[in-house]
Each structure stands twice: as C-alpha cells, then as structure tokens.
Design a binder for this molecule. Structure first.
Ligand SMILES: Cc1cc2nc3c(=O)[nH]c(=O)nc-3n(C[C@H](O)[C@H](O)[C@H](O)COP(=O)(O)OP(=O)(O)OC[C@H]3O[C@@H](n4cnc5c(N)ncnc54)[C@H](O)[C@@H]3O)c2cc1C
Length: 446
C-alpha cells in the first residue's frame, strides 16, 4: 500500500519536494495550494518578479531531474555586479575568479510553472489549487481547509512560506515563539523596459545603485526588460512613506538615481501603484512535530533577499530531505524529521546572518576602495591556496559548503584579509601562507 504525504504550499519548494519524493514509487503526494493554477490564469500574485538562482539551487534541480534544456532556457547568466555611481559611471565587479562563477536571473512565475508541471508529470503527485489551509491541528490530526475539516492520516510538510500555518501550529505545540526579524527597510519593484527590442543595460550582470543607506538593484528578464528593486527605509526622511507626490519622487530620483530616469518609462505609475513589500527574516525554533509534521523552505527559515539565497536554500532543503528519505528512511517519520531538522537548523540561522550582513556589503561596501582591494586579494589567495581560502561569496553562491561553515570561515578569512591588506598593493605570498596555514584548515576547492 502507498504511503500518503500532504504538502501544504505549491510555491517554489512544494513542487520541487514533491518531484524529488515522487521518485519513491511507494509514496502518494497531495499538495494543497491556496492560489489558482498560474498556468491557467496567467496571473501571478507571488513575491518578487525574478530571482537569482545559484549552485545549491541548481544541484537540487539536477537531483530532481528537472534541470533540462527547457529549464536552462529560462536562465540569464549574471557574471558580476555592475555598480552605478551617483554620477552615472558604471564599474564591473566580478562574482568570482572562475568562468563558472556566475548566478542566474530567472522569472519566479516561469520557474514556478515549470516545477508544477514536472511534479504533476510524475503520476503520484496531485496538486490541488484554490485550496487554502486555514488551520492545522497536528496533534489531533485535523486540517481545516476551505470550509471543511478533514482528518489527516499521514505526515504533513509545511512548504507554505513565511506565514506558515504548520510552523505556527508547531510553535503552539512546543510553546516556542516564531522569531520574525523585521528590518526597517522595505522594497518596491520598478521596470526598465526594452528599447527598440533590446536591453537598455548589460543583461549579463546584476546592476546595483549603492547609496550607503539604501540601494536599487536590477535583474534582467528574458523579454529584454529589467526588474529593478528599490530598497530603502519604510518611514522617515528619504523613505517610501516620505515620497508621496510626483515632485518629491523626481527630486529623489534626480538626486540619487538620475541615470535611471530615462530608463524607467513608467516611474510614477510603478512607484505609486506597485506594492511596497516588507523585508522579513524568520527563525523558527522547532521545525518538527513527532511523526506528524515538518516545516521546510521559507516556512522554516525565511531570509532577507540580499544574498539571493532564500529559494536556493529552500531547494537545498528539498535536496537534503529527499536524499535522507531515500538513504535512511525505515518507516520512522519522527526520526527522519528530527535528523533533517538537526542537520539543517544551524545553516538556516547562518544564512539569515549572512544575508543581513550582505545588505551592508551591497549598498555600502562595494563603493569602498578597501572592499574592492580585499575582494581582489581574496581571488588571488584562492588561486594560490585553493584548498584553504575560498572567498565568502564563492562559498555561499558557487559551492554547497554548509552556510554555517561558510559564515565561520568567512569571518576568519576577513580577519586574514584585514591583516594582509596594505597601502602599497604589494602581494606578500609568504605572509599570506603563514596566516592561512595558521588559521584555516583545508576544505578543498569544491
Ligand atoms: C524581494 C525578494 C527577492 C528575492 N530574491 C531571491 C533571489 O534572488 N534568490 C533566492 O534564492 N531567493 C530570493 N528570495 C527568496 C525566495 O522568494 C523564497 O525563499 C522562496 O520563495 C521560498 O520558497 P517557499 O516555497 O518556501 O515559499 P513560497 O515561495 O512563499 O511559497 C509558499 C506557497 O505556499 C502557498 N501557501 C501559503 N499559505 C498557504 C495555506 N495556508 N494554504 C495553502 N497554500 C498556502 C503560497 O500561496 C505559496 O504558493 C527573494 C524574496 C523576496 C521577497
């Protein structure tokens, strides 16, 4: 007889997890999604329009067997950051020191649609749309869905995002508090359309307008447009609340993002009509409830978007959980859930710390000479000591080194860089070797 599983949420992690688990033919997977099927209504109400996909996400997609030619055709490689200075000058900072060190811009809608179709093709995955799960009671095995309450006779996995009802119920059961990390900045999306059927900026980089206490970024789309995301304070001077008429909007843009005014055709409309999104991080203390429930993806660990890793980490969850199921499951769901949670929790916490820190790097540090020098030196050290020194951004985006290890080593490496960086730009290989061998253990050039 088949073993049933319920997954709540068919966003990014729900359908990928379904596809991975469906390879086990003894499983029958039901997915409940509150929204309508985006392949049928052609309207999407999710968050950000496009996302950066990197190594961890790609490894998970490959493991699921969905990283095929169609999937690759959805991706636009971005090899580094194009930094737009306040007077319109553009400089390029590469993401890494190897050709394969690039991230990929991808449409959230397209990736979501593709993942749903792959999942449904498996035969033992049934996605039920327009099914909002209003409440769950894991201990008493009840799920309140639409207007009815159903009895649950199987494990439930919450892939229902940062407002997860599964995580909420687990926190009630375990008497723990969901720790929402609110930062005082919000975001808004604006569009740079195509001009004469062409991109108006280089499509193979992630564009940043760093302005110390705020920033704008732009990622390319396949239709020759860019989606810009403006991050700044929610209230106070120079904030979303503060800019409340056209005159203030144009004065603000002239002062801060002047080169984008001719590029963003519908600036007023985009700014005043598009929603202002909140930036939310979430630490969920406990992700499991016996053999009854587990939270995964943003439901377990939402992060702020500054490392472009929320989706990648969620996909990595699916990959790791799928591997554990395949290699270790012996009928004991509680043991599997617990092992997954214990193996993953510290990495989820580390990712939030890394992401919060990278906001400062993107809006501020990229402008500083010292940061640029340290970045160049870190590439040099990686070339000379590849088994020991891997730049932090590389560890996070281009390897599968656990986030907690990346955070820890990144901290040590930063101290080494601080000690090595000197005014006359002369690279001291001997001193570097001494410090690296003293403070770092080999990790391999993964
Ligand atoms: C502005 C912004 C930019 C980002 N950029 C990046 C990036 O560049 N790279 C990256 O890796 N990550 C990025 N992220 C993070 C990424 O969006 C999330 O980490 C990712 O969406 C998590 O996937 P998920 O499936 O866990 O949750 P979600 O994608 O939120 O999916 C949850 C699903 O559950 C459904 N649902 C929720 N509640 C219920 C319910 N009660 N009943 C039924 N269904 C329900 C929702 O409708 C949704 O379909 C960004 C996030 C933001 C906000």
């Amino acid at each position: 007889m088949k073993k049933n599983i319920i997954i709540i949420g068919s966003g990014l992690s729900g359908p990928l997890l379904s596809t991975i688990l469906s390879k086990n033919s003894d499983l029958q997977i039901s997915v409940f999604e509150r929204s309508s099927d985006p392949r049928k209504i052609n309207k999407f109400s999710g968050r950000s329009i496009n996302l950066a996909l990197s190594r961890r996400g790609i490894e998970a997609l490959k493991y699921a067997g969905v990283y095929d030619k169609h999937f690759e055709s959805l991706l636009i490689p971005m090899h580094g950051r194009s930094i737009h200075s306040i007077d319109g000058e553009i400089t390029f900072q590469p993401y890494g020191n190897k050709d394969e060190h690039y991230i990929n811009s991808v449409s959230r809608l397209e990736i979501n649609k593709a993942l749903m179709s792959y999942a449904e093709k498996m035969g033992n995955v049934d996605i039920k749309f327009d099914m909002q799960c209003k409440q769950i009671d894991l201990l008493n095995k009840k799920l309140h869905i639409q207007n009815q309450t159903i009895d649950i006779d199987c494990p439930v996995i919450g892939a229902d995002g940062y407002r997860s009802i599964v995580s909420k119920n687990i926190s009630e059961i375990t008497n723990t508090e969901l720790d929402y990390v609110n930062i005082e900045h919000s975001y808004k999306e604006l569009t740079i359309g195509p001009k004469n059927g062409e991109y108006q900026l280089d499509p193979n980089s992630l564009h940043i307008w760093p302005r110390r206490d705020m920033m704008m970024i732009a990622l390319p789309n396949l239709d020759y447009s860019f989606t810009c995301t403006l991050f700044m304070k929610s209230s106070g001077k120079n904030s979303f609340e503060d800019i409340n008429d056209n005159q203030k909007l144009y004065t603000f843009f002239e002062q801060n993002f002047n080169d984008t005014i001719p590029l963003i055709e519908n600036l007023e409309n985009d700014f005043f009509e598009n929603p202002t999104g909140k930036l939310i991080g979430l630490r969920v203390p406990i992700w499991t409830c016996e053999d009854k429930g587990l939270s995964i993806g943003d439901a377990a660990h939402a992060t702020v978007p500054f490392y472009g890793q929320g989706m990648n980490a969620s996909f990595e969850d699916c990959h790791i959980f799928g591997q554990m199921y395949r290699e270790k499951f012996s009928g004991n769901w509680a043991a599997l859930f617990s092992e997954f949670y214990h193996s993953r929790k510290k990495d989820a916490d580390a990712l939030l710390d890394l992401s919060l820190d990278n906001y400062r790097v993107m809006r501020n540090d990229v402008l500083d000479e010292k940061h640029i020098k340290k970045q160049k030196l870190s590439f040099q050290l990686n070339n000379d000591f590849p088994d020991y020194f891997i730049p932090l951004y590389t560890m996070v985006s281009f390897t599968t080194i656990p986030y907690a290890t990346a955070l820890e080593r990144g901290y040590i490496q930063d101290k080494i860089l601080d000690e090595l960086i000197n005014v006359n730009d002369i690279y001291d290989k001997q001193k570097s070797e001494k410090l690296i061998f003293k403070y770092l253990t080999p990790i391999g050039n993964i």
